[in-house]
Design a protein around this ligand. Sequence first.
Ligand SMILES: *Cc1c(COP(=O)(O)O)cnc(C)c1O
Length: 389
Amino acid sequence: MSKSHFETDAIRTQIERTEFLEHTSPLYLTSSFVFEDAEDMRASFAEEKERNIYSRFTNPNTSEFVDKICKMEGAESGYAFATGMAAVFSTFAALLNSGDHIVAARSVFGSTHTLFTKFLPKWNINTSYFKVNETEKIRSLITPETKILFAETPTNPAVDILDLELLGEIAREHNLILIIDNCFATPYLQNPIKFGADLVIHSATKLIDGQGRVLGGITVGKKDLIREIYLFSRNTGPSLSPFNAWVLSKSLETLAVRVDRHCENALKVATFLEEHSQVNWVKYPFLKSHPQYEVARNQMKAGGSIVAFEIKGGVEAGRKFLDAIKMCSLSANLGDTRTIVTHPASTTHSKLSEEDRLQVSITDGLVRVSVGLENVSDVIADLDQALRA
Ligand SMILES: *Cc1c(COP(=O)(O)O)cnc(C)c1O
């Protein structure tokens, strides 16, 4: 049989059926597994056979989830975590030694930024940053100690795009491990491994669950690197719970249809906002006006679910806009069935100075919309009345 397609893998990748011949995978809520005899137990602990021992190491539900994401990303191997941040932290902690150096894009998820600036330096691991529109400076930041090149694309919250092909080229040239947080794009829209990434990280909490229910994370990629991450994690305990893995594996069955609709709705919202008199500019990867439109077309299948725009009138206008919203949610999550609006300058990024905010493309009037799966005309009507208010 020829290689099956994304949607088919998402549905038909399934752990072995039990004697009950259940149609869909059951939930294995068990902390540990039993052995046939002393020899079975010895061989299992010696890793001479691949089998479940203890759910901190592996569990059938987490394995099914990992197998699916590996197929979707074209990865050799993977490990699933309790949260996206557990995936980010464990990946860096497993691969880096004291004295190692990271080169990263400045626009990274808030907690990842805190990890780089506050916690990794405790172990003498430091990070140098490049701005998303200054990728020509990346090479000059690399030192003999640099081990990892890290980026997210599209970025949060400004929806900038980084050129994965370029990052892959630089990583190869300098023998760096290229790690891409692919959370905003999902494995359906973008596969960084194709462009040279060694590891891909996801917060499964976002579009992979897609319904705002459970937290989860995953790292997939090269087998030898995942092996290090696995050994670190099986001993330190950031693993995904079987229940959340079961939920997330079911969620993946509908990822393609959900993300298709998210993208369709987001493009309509972006097009609407671009015409609006109260809006200075809109950023959406598949709008021709996006500064990295060509790059986005080259590496993404569609533009994703997140739209950024600048409301006229700065911080005050941003706050008023949030107060006038009737249907959409004011929430810190994204990639949900429910449309979510946030105003970074007065909330998530309010502790930064205006200058620091601008370093990561957050202007005072920037609004981020995570476009959901409601009827898009209702979303547009709500945004429109709030912009007019
Ligand atoms: C949310 C998010 C994370 C962290 O994931 P959690 O599941 O909340 O721990 C990491 N990276 C990006 C890009 C995110 O959006």
